[in-house]
Ligand binder design. Structure first.
Ligand code: PRT
Ligand code: ZN
Length: 293
C-alpha cells in the first residue's frame, strides 16, 4: 500500500464524536482527543484526524482539505442542496447517531397537516432541507433560520412550527411539541470526494474494510451449546440471523452434540429460554470483536 497520508475530518465534540472515536479505536487507531487538540497524527494507515465542527466537514471534504469525514446524513443532505456542483459521495453508513429531521408543531395548536403550514413561519437550522420539502409539497411558508434552541421558537412566539432533529422525542415533549411529518431519517456516514487519487482511494478502502468488520461484529454473537442432535434443525429457527452451525460430537455421547454458531442479531433472554426449552445446555454467548467476510 502507498504511503500517502489519509486525511480524516471528525466532529471535535458533539453527538457524532463519541461514536466516531469509539468506532475508529476499535480499528486500532488509539485516538485520545483532548480539549485543545485539533489535529491527531497516527501511524495507523499513516493518517491524520482533523477535529472540527460537524457543519464544516462536508465543505472540507468537498474542497479536498480532508479526504473523508464522518458526518450525519442530514448535514450532507443540507450541504448538497446548497452546493449542487459538489463532488461528495456517501461511502458507507456507520450505524450510529440515528435521528430524523422532522417538522413539529405545538401539541394543542391548529396545525394538523402539512397544508396547514401554508403562510406560517417555521424555525430551523436546516433551511435548505426544509425549503426542498416545502417545495415538493407545494407549501409556501416563511423559514426562520436559527442555529440552536430551535424548539423554543413556538414558545416565544417567533415561529408557528419547527423543523429539527429528533432522536428520543424527549425535547419535543418537554416543549409541548408533536411531530407532524418526518422529512428524512439520518445516521452517521462516511463521506469522501469523488475525485480523490487512486492512492487515497486505496487507503479509504482499507479503512472501510476495517470499519465494516467492526460494525458487522457489533450485534453478532458467537454461541456455543450442547444439544440433542435431533434438535439441531430447530436451532436455526430460534437463533436470529444464524448461518450453518458447526456440529461437533461430544466424546462418549451417542446423542448429544456441541454446536458452534454465529448469530448476526442480538441475543436476548427470551432466545436463551427458547434454547433451553429444546434441551440446550452449557450455553455460552460470546461477543465478536471483528468479522471479516
Ligand atoms: O459543535 P458542532 O457544530 O460540531 O455540533 P452541533 O451542536 O451542531 O451538532 P450535534 O453534536 O448536536 O449533532 C451532530 C449530529 O448528530 C447531527 O447533525 C445529527 O446527524 C446527529 N444527531 C443524532 C443529533 C441527534 N441525534 C439529536 N438528538 N443531533 C442533534 N440532536 C439534538 C436535536 O437537535 C434536539 O435538540 O437533540 C435534540 C433532540 O433529541 P431528543 O433525544 O430529545 O429527541
Ligand atoms: Zn453543528
Amino acid at each position: 500500500m502507498s504511503d500517502c497520508k489519509l486525511k480524516v475530518a471528525l466532529q471535535k465534540s458533539g453527538k457524532l464524536s463519541e461514536g466516531s472515536f469509539e468506532l475508529l479505536n476499535k480499528c486500532s487507531f488509539k485516538l485520545r482527543p483532548s480539549k485543545n487538540h485539533y489535529l491527531i497524527e497516527t501511524k495507523e494507515l499513516n493518517s491524520s484526524f482533523l477535529l472540527i465542527r460537524d457543519d464544516d466537514i462536508p465543505g472540507f471534504v468537498d474542497s479536498e482539505v480532508s479526504d473523508i469525514g464522518i458526518v450525519g446524513e442530514n448535514g450532507v443532505f443540507e450541504y448538497i442542496l446548497d452546493n449542487p456542483k459538489h463532488n461528495l459521495e456517501v461511502i458507507t453508513k456507520l450505524g450510529f447517531a440515528h435521528c430524523r429531521l422532522s417538522i413539529a408543531v405545538p401539541q394543542d395548536g391548529q396545525i394538523k397537516s402539512i397544508q396547514d403550514l401554508h403562510g406560517k413561519t417555521i424555525a430551523t437550522s436546516y433551511p435548505a432541507s426544509l425549503r426542498d420539502f416545502l417545495a415538493k409539497h407545494n407549501v409556501q411558508a416563511k423559514i426562520l433560520v436559527m442555529h440552536g434552541s430551535v424548539e423554543l421558537a413556538p414558545k416565544i412566539a417567533i415561529a408557528d412550527a419547527i423543523c429539527d432533529l429528533v432522536s428520543t422525542g424527549a425535547t419535543l415533549k418537554e416543549n409541548k411539541l408533536v411531530e407532524l411529518e418526518v422529512i428524512f431519517e439520518s445516521e452517521a456516514v462516511i463521506i469522501g470526494n469523488k475525485n480523490c487519487s487512486a492512492e487515497v482511494k486505496e487507503k479509504i478502502n482499507e479503512l472501510i474494510f476495517r470499519l465494516q468488520s467492526v460494525i458487522e461484529a457489533k450485534d453478532s454473537k458467537y454461541i456455543m451449546l450442547h444439544i440433542d442432535k435431533s434438535q439441531v434443525g430447530k436451532l436455526q429457527e430460534i437463533l436470529p440471523g444464524c448461518e450453518s452451525p458447526t456440529v461437533l460430537y461430544l466424546h462418549g455421547s451417542e446423542d448429544k452434540v456441541a454446536v458452534h454458531v454465529v448469530s448476526k442479531e442480538g441475543i436476548f433472554w427470551d432466545t436463551i429460554s427458547k434454547l433451553k426449552s429444546i434441551g440446550a445446555t452449557s450455553i455460552l454467548v460470546l461477543p465478536i470483536e471483528k468479522m471479516m467476510s
